[in-house]
Design a protein around this ligand. Structure first.
Ligand code: NAD
Length: 369
C-alpha cells in the first residue's frame, strides 16, 4: 500500500516541535510511502528542509497543499481553528488531541468526517501510555535541570550548587511521585550529586526505585507528615504526582510554604493537572517563575517545548511504529491488528468512538468493533 503522509508546520504559540524527523521520513519513503512536509516545519527542532529532501520527502509551501494531498496527517498539537477547514473527509489525523478539554475542537473534528487517532489515548495492555511516556521523560529530566538553574542566586534561589564541592553541603531534592517524571528527575538530580528523596504511595514502585537508584537516592512513603518534615529542609521540591482521571492532590500547602527556607525552589511538573502545590499557577517559558514567601515557583505547563529537538526525536521514536502500521495497511487494518492503536481512536467519520470523550460532552457514543 502506498500512503501519502503529510507533516504540517505546528502553529500553536511557542510550539517548535514537528511530528516527524528526517530519519522518520526516511523510514517511510524507504517503504515506498510518500512524505510531504510543509516548508520550514522542522526548523524549530533543528531540521532543515534539505534534510527532509535528502530523506526522500517533498517540501510543500503551504499547510493547505499538505492537507490537500495527504491521506494521513501526522501532527504534534491539536488542530487550531485555522486548520479545521483544511482537514478532509476520510483523512486520518494522528496527533495529541486532548478532546475532553475542548468542546469546540471535538465538534469541529466531528464535522470534518475525518478519522481522529489521539496520541494520548493510545494505550498498551498494561495500561501504559506509550505516546505520553517520552514527554514525561523529557519533563522529568528537565525538572531537575530547571531546579538546579533556579537555585542560582540571580533567579531568586539560595545560590546553591546541586552537588556542592568538597567541604560544602549538597542540595536536598525532594521528589513527590516516583512515576515516569519522578524517576527521570531522580536520575538527573542524583547524577548532579544532590541528596535526593523520592516519595510515592505505591510501595511496589518504591521497592523498584530502591533497587535501581544510586546510593544518594532515598525512597519514602508519601504522607502529609513526611512531606511537611522534608519540606522544611528541602532546597528543591519537584511535584510529579498523577492520580489518573483526577486533579493533582495539593501536597504542599500555603502553611507548609511559610516553613520552608527562602530561596528554595518548587518545580510543579503536575501543573498540567492543576498542580500539586497550593500556590502554583501555570507559567510560560517566557516567564517561567514567580516568587511567593521567598520560594521560587517554576510551573511551566508544556515543559518539553523548551527542548524541541530532544522532544521531537523522542516523540518520533514513539509514534513512528504506529505511523508505519497505519501507512502500511490503512487505519482500519492497523487498528484491528493493534489494540494500542485501536485505543487511540477517538472520532471516526463523525462518530465519537471513545467513551471518555462522549461522556465529557454528553455526546452519543458509538462502539467501534
Ligand atoms: N508540565 C509538563 O510539561 C508535563 C510534561 C509531562 C508530564 N506532566 C505531568 O507530570 C505528572 C506525572 O506524570 P508521570 O508520567 O510521571 O505519571 P506516572 O503515572 O508515571 O507517575 C505518577 C506517580 O505519582 C504517584 N502518586 C500518586 N499520588 C501520590 C501522592 N499523593 N504522593 C506521592 N506520589 C503519588 C503514583 O503512584 C505514580 O507513581 C502528570 O501530572 C503529568 O500530566 C507534565
Amino acid at each position: 500500500m502506498n500512503t501519502k503522509i503529510g507533516i504540517p508546520k505546528e502553529i500553536k504559540i511557542s510550539e517548535n516541535r514537528v511530528a516527524l524527523t528526517p530519519a522518520g521520513a526516511y523510514e517511510l519513503t524507504n517503504r515506498k510511502h510518500e512524505v510531504f512536509v510543509e516548508k520550514s516545519a522542522g526548523i524549530g527542532s533543528g531540521f532543515s528542509d534539505e534534510e527532509y529532501i535528502k530523506a526522500g520527502a517533498k517540501i510543500l509551501s503551504t499547510a493547505k497543499e499538505v492537507y490537500d494531498i495527504a491521506d494521513l496527517i501526522v501532527k504534534v498539537k491539536e488542530p487550531l481553528e485555522s486548520e479545521y477547514s483544511l482537514i478532509r473527509e476520510n483523512q486520518v489525523v494522528f496527533t495529541y488531541f486532548h478532546f475532553a478539554s475542548s468542546p469546540t475542537l471535538t465538534q469541529a473534528m466531528i464535522k470534518t468526517n475525518a478519522v481522529c487517532i489521539a496520541y494520548e489515548t493510545v494505550e498498551k495492555a498494561d495500561h501504559s501510555l506509550p505516546l505520553l511516556v517520552p514527554m514525561s521523560e523529557v519533563a522529568g529530566r528537565l525538572s531537575a535541570q530547571e531546579g538546579a538553574y533556579m537555585l542560582e542566586k540571580k533567579h531568586g534561589g539560595k545560590g546553591l550548587l546541586m552537588g556542592g564541592v568538597a567541604g560544602t553541603k549538597k542540595a536536598s531534592v525532594v521528589i513527590l511521585g516516583g512515576g515516569v517524571v519522578g524517576t527521570q528527575a531522580a536520575i538527573i538530580s542524583s547524577g548532579l550529586g544532590a541528596n535526593v528523596t523520592v516519595l510515592d504511595r505505591n510501595l511496589t514502585r518504591l521497592r523498584y526505585l530502591n533497587e535501581i537508584m544510586p546510593p544518594n537516592v532515598t525512597t519514602m512513603y508519601s504522607d502529609t507528615y513526611t512531606i511537611k518534615e522534608l519540606s522544611k529542609t528541602a532546597d528543591v521540591i519537584i511535584g510529579s504526582v498523577l492520580v489518573v482521571g483526577d486533579r493533582a492532590p495539593q501536597l504542599i500547602t500555603k502553611d507548609m510554604l511559610k516553613e520552608m527556607r527562602p530561596g528554595s525552589v518548587l518545580v510543579d511538573v503536575a501543573i498540567d493537572q492543576g498542580g500539586c502545590f497550593e500556590t502554583s499557577q501555570p507559567t510560560t517559558h517566557e516567564k517561567p517563575t514567580f516568587i511567593i514567601d521567598g520560594i521560587v515557583h517554576y510551573c511551566v505547563a508544556n515543559m518539553p517545548g523548551a527542548v524541541p529537538t530532544t522532544s521531537t526525536i523522542a516523540l518520533t521514536n514513539a509514534t513512528l511504529p504506529y505511523v508505519l502500521k497505519i501507512a502500511d495497511t490503512g487505519w482500519e487494518k492497523a487498528c484491528q491488528n493493534n489494540s494500542d492503536l485501536k485505543n487511540g481512536l477517538n472520532i471516526i467519520k463523525g462518530s465519537v468512538v471513545h467513551q471518555a470523550v462522549a461522556n465529557a460532552f454528553k455526546l452519543p457514543y458509538t462502539q467501534y468493533k
